[in-house]
Design a protein around this ligand. Structure first.
Ligand code: ADP
Ligand code: ZN
Ligand code: ZN
Length: 753
């Protein structure tokens, strides 16, 4: 049995050579465990490991009374005087090279503080799983003829392989080119007649036909000004955050592309973040056709593929990284530019711990590297807008569409007006708009942010509505099969024919989801080819691309879908966009509901009229006078910003104040409520006397029950982010969570449900 702590003798035997005269001097490694204890721990580095223990590598350390060996991240190493209490020793080193640079370690430390996250979970988030698992990546070795002299006569197959190996190629490729087997190649490698000449990452998935996006001869004046601002900062080696505020089609992406070009011309690398949903082949092709080697980091990559990309990036062999949120952690040794497209998207905030926001992480990195951060959106987040208004960030406007195409005319249809309504979800005016577009040879996109057939199923006799037994969320009817699906937990049930409460027959299907809309559209426009795009139809890998390709190839006339169809797609033949229910998200219990609605309607409207024939938008709403709807209809997002900012200011909501949200979950509602109450009490005690700090709640969360767990939440508001975090930290440290309950802290939440 090894002792709990090293003895004096252990210390003596492992003392570094240079500490001959002073036994109390040594090398100490600070490590962070991936889970368990959050506090960094100090260990003594024994002499034989002194050369290999370094920050960014993982080490094995003994933990607890039993001294079980655990894997931990070494985050710092220092030499000097040892503390009074004897230290345990590092038992071994896991990684051959550091997985994390010092900058990444510093970033992780900052993130842990910024989002009140555990250090270990931040480190795990920064490193992709494939890197941590040390899996063999899908990396192929390239071989080229050279070096050795043939010791004996070559076989004809060997000779053919060597003849084919004038240029570096993979073993498969060589064997194929020479009409030989893989074994022939292997033998030549063993004999030293083929040598390694680098590696390549095997492409994930099929190679698609690239769509040529020509580089325009000249930039518009607004584009040139934006590019000038970016390259000015880049040339000066200065960090600056620059927002490209421009309508869809105003040429923002072209500015990113040329800024990336310039970055590469300086021998630097660029990271381009896009929302996962717009990580379509269309976006990737645009970067690939301009730059060739582009690492695309999307969520469909296997851990091994991700690891392979990671290695290529770290080796500096990839100039451009395009990816969703976590691509911000790509280990670029020569970073020159960071771009975030559609920066207002909620998906840049991670919904699970660590609950970081990629925009803030990107700013930290860009600042640390002295490089520009470019944000782009037609509908910037109010937080971003406010920082531009305050002068902290620079705003470049791209007010007009390139090529002079006009923004589409927007017609609002007031659903409170009887004449506007019809039996289905499509008002006569929307129907007329669809007919107009089809007759003119154009295409149509219809947005409805509710999937399924009917949004709830209700008994006509007693009013009982069918709810998920685990979540109490209204079940959505999905056809075929009369299935009731819970959109909270995914539970699928067969809906009964009769009411389970009063036994009367005749459950009615209320509300329209995308399935029913599709059915109505097919009936109303039998001559048109209709397709639907939502998470139900897009489950298999590649189906998203297939549908979009079919739409581009004009095999589809009318595309019905959820917000999936709203984002960043450029189809010049779309002449009509219909928003079936613009209010769907307006009345959610979320202070960003109006902002999100304005953003979604503006974004989807931007899909219309990108071609020479122009286009129209029809927005159906019960609140046509709401500032969010009016601004979107007028293509005047700034008008919305002007009306919304004073409301946020009055309520001290972001960007004028900070919010931390706590959510408590558990199966026993009383205990959930009690614990939420305890947390609220402690927070109120800690906040007492501090100016501007408010604790709201506890209250049942808008989604009050999910997967059999009750959910209560509370919010803490305050003018100063760090002070707010310190308050929550003070009030919650050392608390022992009662069994059966779980709770989370979400700093700067974007999800309030
Ligand atoms: P955004 O990203 O703002 O939606 P894009 O950069 O995608 O805008 O530009 C919209 C369309 O206009 C694209 O097809 C693009 O190739 C084209 N485009 C962009 N800039 C120019 C330009 N300066 N001259 C001609 N065409 C351009
Ligand atoms: Zn009933
Ligand atoms: Zn459910």
């Amino acid at each position: 049995m090894p002792p709990d702590q090293p003895t004096q003798r252990d210390l003596f035997e492992h003392r570094p050579a240079w500490a001959e005269d002073d036994l109390r001097v040594g090398t100490i490694a600070t490590v962070v465990l991936p889970d368990g204890v959050d506090k960094p721990l100090d260990y003594l580095v024994p002499e034989p490991l002194a050369a290999t223990v370094e920050p960014g590598r993982r080490v094995r350390v003994p933990l607890g009374r039993a001294n079980r060996l655990r894997l931990a991240y070494c985050v710092a190493v220092r030499s000097g005087e040892l503390p009074q209490a004897p230290l345990k020793e590092v038992a071994g080193v896991e990684d051959e090279t550091p997985l994390l640079s010092r900058r990444m370690l510093a970033l992780a430390e900052w993130m842990a503080d910024r989002w009140m996250a555990r250090r270990g979970e931040v480190l795990e988030a920064v490193l992709p799983a494939g890197v941590r698992l040390r899996q063999k990546a899908r990396v192929a070795t390239l071989f080229v003829a050279g070096e050795g002299e043939p010791g004996r006569k070559l076989t004809p197959a060997q000779a053919r392989v060597l003849a084919a190996a004038g240029k570096p190629a993979t073993a498969e490729r060589l064997a194929q080119a020479a009409g030989a087997s893989r074994a022939v190649v292997t033998r030549l490698v063993k004999a030293g007649l083929l040598r390694e000449a680098g590696t390549i990452v095997k492409p994930a998935g099929a190679v698609r036909r690239p769509i040529a996006h020509d580089r325009p001869e000249t930039l518009s004046p607004a584009q040139a000004a934006a590019l000038g601002a970016i390259s000015g900062a880049m040339r000066a080696g200065r960090h600056e955050t620059i927002l490209l505020f421009g309508v869809t089609g105003s040429g923002k992406t072209e500015v990113y592309l040329q800024a990336v070009e310039e970055t590469i011309s300086f021998g630097r690398q660029a990271i381009v973040l896009v929302p996962e949903i717009s990580l379509t082949p269309q976006t990737c092709d645009r970067f690939r056709s301009r730059f060739g080697t582009v690492a695309v980091l999307h969520s469909h990559l296997t851990p091994a593929e991700r690891h392979g990309q990671w290695r290529e990036i770290a080796a500096g062999r990839v100039n451009v990284v395009v990816g969703a949120r976590s691509a911000i952690f790509a280990p670029t040794p020569r970073l020159g530019l960071v771009v975030i497209d559609e920066e207002h998207e909620g998906s840049f905030k991670q919904a699970t711990a660590p609950r970081y926001h990629a925009r803030d992480v990107a700013e930290w990195i860009a600042r640390a590297e002295n490089v520009p951060l470019v944000l782009g959106s037609a509908t910037p987040a109010l937080e971003t807008f406010a920082r531009c208004l305050s002068g902290e960030w620079r705003m470049c406007r791209l007010a007009d569409r390139v090529g002079g195409s006009q923004l589409p005319a927007v017609i609002t249809v007031d659903l409170r007006d009887r004449a506007a309504r019809s039996r289905g979800a499509i008002s006569p005016r929307l129907a007329a708009g669809i007919r107009w577009a089809l007759d003119a040879g154009g295409q149509v996109m219809l947005l409805l942010n509710r999937r399924g057939f009917a949004t709830h199923v209700q008994c006509q006799a007693c009013g009982h509505s069918m709810r998920c037994p685990q979540c109490e969320i209204a079940l959505t009817l999905h056809q075929p099969g009369n299935k009731g699906i819970c959109h909270g937990c995914g539970l699928v049930t067969r809906l009964p024919a009769d009411c389970p409460e009063c036994r009367s027959p005749g459950l009615v299907h209320r509300g329209t989801g995308t399935q029913r809309l599709e059915e109505q559209v097919r009936k109303a426009f039998p001559d048109a080819a209709v397709a639907r795009m939502d998470t139900d139809t897009m489950r298999s890998r590649g189906s998203h691309e297939k549908t979009l390709d079919a739409f581009r190839d004009r095999q589809i006339d009318i595309l019905v879908g959820t917000q999936m169809i709203a984002k960043g797609l450029d189809f010049p033949s779309v002449m009509l966009v219909g928003v079936v229910n613009a209010d769907a998200a307006l009345h959610l219990a979320d202070f960003r509901a109006a902002e999100r609605t304005c953003q979604l309607v503006t974004q989807v409207s931007g899909r219309s009229g990108r071609g020479p024939q122009g286009g129209r938008v029809v927005v159906q709403t019960s609140t046509p006078d709401h500032p969010a709807i009016r601004a979107a209809a007028a293509h005047d997002y700034e008008a919305f910003v002007r009306s919304e900012l004073p409301i946020r200011e009055a309520l001290l909501y972001p960007p004028f104040g900070n919010v931390i949200r706590l959510v408590v979950r558990g199966v026993d509602e009383e205990r959930v409520a009690a614990w939420a109450g305890t947390l609220a009490e402690r927070l109120r005690d800690a906040a007492a006397g501090a100016a501007g700090l408010r604790v709201l709640g506890p209250a049942p969360a808008p989604i009050a029950r999910l997967r059999e767990r009750f959910r209560y939440h509370l919010q803490v508001h305050g003018p100063d982010g760090p002070a707010l975090r310190a308050l929550v930290g003070r009030a919650t440290t050392g608390l022992k969570t009662p069994d059966g309950l779980a709770w989370i802290v979400d700093v700067d939440p974007v999800e309030m449900l």
